[in-house]
Design a protein around this ligand. Structure first.
Ligand SMILES: [Mg+2]
Length: 253
């Protein structure tokens, strides 16, 4: 899950002002956690403390109502709605927040079941569920077998031939536009930092591409200590304590 947070922070200032420069400064002035981190922490907190995913996401987004980059339009409406019913979304929000699930449950079957539940509170469209399942499924498999072949094998069960597809650099905030792209980006990487750089400098929805690719690259490469330290130093105390407790209880391997 820390991989998602680092990718989100690194991409935060480029979401609406894209960079195509691979050598962009990773943590330049003004970077911040965004909704991707808030929702990831909410999922981790739900798992750690026995809250429902819905209650936890509402609680954390309520605590942080105005993150950098704001919440997406549909999600904002959901936050403000009286009954918080799922709205059939297939936005990439279900994929960017799901990573903690892949560390907390013992079998692929259970991981996918829980990933589906984290999505279904808002993103109950089949593509929304699929995006969450694909990311959680690949991360879970990578923990066991950290190789590019794992990404290919598991990724292809969700998005056949994702590695051969053409992707555009424009803004696409759907699961079906974002998740297969993120899987493909991870295939050519040589390190965690390389993955975050390729993700953010792809353009488009930079912070979310950063978050998803970061979450996939974490079990594949591990995270350099300095990067993790720097990113976590940018989190408020309440988020940090969830991240620390989660990592202690559910190590990457
Ligand atoms: Mg964001």
């Amino acid at each position: 899950m820390t991989g998602a947070i680092i990718g989100d922070i690194a991409g935060s200032i480029y979401e609406f002002h894209n960079t195509r420069d691979y050598n962009f400064p990773l943590f330049s002035e003004g970077v911040s956690y965004t909704d991707d981190t808030i929702c990831t922490v909410a999922v981790a907190d739900a798992i750690l403390n026995g809250k429902t995913y819905k209650d936890s996401v509402l609680e954390w987004c309520g605590k942080y109502p105005h993150p950098m980059g704001c919440y997406g339009g549909g999600f904002s409406k959901w936050l403000r709605s009286p009954d918080h019913e799922p709205y059939n979304s297939f936005g990439n929000g279900s994929a960017m927040r799901v990573s903690p699930v892949a560390y907390a449950f013992p079998t692929m079957e259970k991981v996918l079941e829980e990933a589906g539940k984290t999505a279904a509170i808002t993103h109950n469209h089949k593509e929304g569920i699929k995006g969450a399942n694909a990311v959680a499924g690949v991360i879970f498999a990578l923990r066991e077998s950290p190789s590019v072949d794992t990404v290919l094998d598991v990724g292809n069960t969700y998005y056949p031939d994702f590695q051969k597809r053409e992707y555009c650099h424009g803004f696409n905030e759907t699961c079906q536009g974002t998740v297969p792209l993120c899987l493909k980006l991870v295939l050519d990487c040589t390190s965690f930092e390389d993955a975050v750089r390729k993700a953010v400098s792809w353009g488009g929805d930079s912070d979310t591409i950063g978050a998803i690719v970061g979450s996939l690259a974490e079990p594949l490469f591990g995270i350099p200590e300095g990067l993790e330290k720097k990113a976590l130093s940018l989190l408020p105390e309440d988020m940090l304590s969830v991240v620390k407790a989660f990592k202690e209880k559910y190590p990457v391997r």
